[in-house]
Design a binder for this molecule. Structure first.
Ligand code: FRU
Length: 462
């Protein structure tokens, strides 16, 4: 199902990708093993799923503006998470309910059909604050049978259908099937500025009833973006990206946060949310989404941070941001461990000596205190109380981030052309950041660590 606006947008997107793609591709800060937008802007991963033999990764895509612009759902698919095919956007802002952006959402797969639930963003012209008035956040459903184009698109819920105590900010549906029914969670901001999640139920994927609200007894931020709710090895977890949580010690160092609550009881009835833990303590990790892939749960995050003061020089080359590597989530009691999916290791090439390391995967065994200096730009230090990441050069405004870790036993560092993902103690803590070292720089100096380093190959993207 297409319309005249979609056909024009499709032509414009492919034209700008053709015209500006080469400039972006020539940027030395272009990543080798992370998914990026071909041109323009990327934020949240969306609609992650496995449908038949294909993994699908959609993402918030602003093809016309490397600093944002109107959002489409960009699209990559792969059979093995290593060879990717770039497809035209699946969703365009071409309906009255999504005209100012096809915002984030998720995929439900049933009998080879993808049901793509998303938020349609509408900003009315006028003198509005766009929080309590002037904005439509509509829940919509697009259906794709071929995995490449949407056959239908329909509006399911609009602001007047949501509970009356909410602002206009109600978004990012995550939908799944369970016990013969369908469930959806939506992130919301109340009129008294509290973040919460709405739980909806449906029997037919189209008609939805609000059946519960999940929140904390004490206010925890003013808005919970991009919810995800799943069971991992017998424990439920509620992942979200709360806005408005203030820094406490080494927690919540970024403008917005991202983490999870263990959920006890039943999300459909009586429940309690346990202590919130951040999923990442670096500069650039937000709005992750997960999906079940057989018996494992994979998660991609956005390697970025909305409204952060720091910048990315790639904007001058016509593109900005990327996704994290896919990670597998594992349960450790009430905690989530996050480790690179096994496919990431398949990109390892030759072993290399530390002096030449530039784009690499490194595993370190450590004891007591120690330090790594990566490409002369990033300094990772640990001392038995905390681990810090300092961007001495190339941080573009990023300075230092800390993680509370009493004993660092092992570290895994994935270093791409302009990013670091540092997994501490088997993924108990992770620090993810973009950085922009001198493109000619290389080498890792280390103290207090014994390392094995592999050169990393590139994703194949066609
Ligand atoms: C999170 C977010 C979502 C929204 C999307 C818009 O980064 O603000 O809440 O759906 O980005 O691009």
């Amino acid at each position: 199902m297409s319309n005249a606006l979609q056909r024009d947008l499709a032509r414009l997107v492919s034209r700008i990708e053709r015209e500006d793609g080469a400039r972006a591709a020539a940027d030395p800060y272009r990543q080798r093993f992370h998914l990026m937008p071909p041109v323009g802007w990327l934020n949240d991963p969306n609609g992650l799923c496995r449908c038949g033999e294909w993994y699908h990764v959609f993402y918030q895509y602003g093809p016309f503006d490397p600093t944002g612009g109107v959002k489409h759902w960009g699209h990559y698919r792969s059979r093995d998470l290593l060879h990717w095919e770039q497809l035209p956007p699946m969703l365009y802002p071409d309906q009255p309910w999504d005209i100012h952006g096809v915002y984030s959402g998720s995929a439900l797969v049933e009998d080879g059909t993808m049901y793509l639930y998303y938020t349609g963003n509408v900003k009315h012209a006028g003198d509005y604050d766009y929080i309590t008035a002037g904005r439509g956040h509509n829940t919509a459903l697009a259906v794709s049978r071929d995995g490449v184009t949407a056959a239908s698109n329909e509006l399911l819920l609009e602001n007047r259908d949501y509970p009356a105590d909410l602002t206009c900010h109600v978004r990012d549906p995550k939908v799944w099937a369970q016990d013969g029914r369908y469930y959806m969670v939506l992130g919301a901001r109340t009129k008294d500025d509290r973040g919460e999640l709405l739980v909806y139920e449906s029997e037919d994927k189209r008609h939805w009833t609000h059946s519960n609200t999940l929140t904390t007894p004490e206010k925890f931020g003013y808005m919970w973006e991009c919810p995800d709710l799943f069971e991992l090895d017998g424990q439920w977890f509620l992942v979200c990206s709360p806005q408005g949580v203030t820094r406490q010690g080494n927690q919540y160092q970024n403008v917005y946060s991202c983490g999870y609550f263990p959920l006890y009881g039943d999300f459909r009835g009586d429940y309690t949310l346990g202590e919130f833990h951040e999923l990442d303590c670096g500069f650039d990790f937000y709005a992750p989404q997960s999906f079940a892939d057989g018996s494992r749960r994979l998660q991609f995050g956005w390697m970025g941070m909305p409204d952060a003061a720091y910048t990315n020089p790639t904007v001058e080359q016509g593109w900005q941001h990327c996704l994290t590597v896919p990670c597998e989530l594992k349960r450790d009691g009430d905690r989530i461990l996050r480790v690179p999916a096994r496919e990431v290791s398949a990109l390892r090439g030759e072993h290399m000596t530390p002096e030449w390391a530039q784009v690499f995967d490194m595993e370190c065994r450590t004891e007591g205190a120690g330090r790594l200096v990566i490409r002369g730009a990033a300094v990772v230090e640990w001392d038995g109380q905390q681990l810090s990441l300092t961007l001495a050069q190339g941080g573009e405004g990023r300075t230092v981030r800390y993680a509370d870790v009493d004993a660092v036993k092992n570290l895994r560092v994935l270093a791409d052309a302009s990013s670091l993902e540092i997994f501490v103690n088997g993924g108990a803590q992770v620090m993810t950041t973009r950085y922009y070292p001198d493109p000619a720089s290389c080498g890792v100096q280390m103290e207090g660590a014994q390392a094995e380093i592999w050169a990393m190959g590139a994703l194949q993207i066609q």
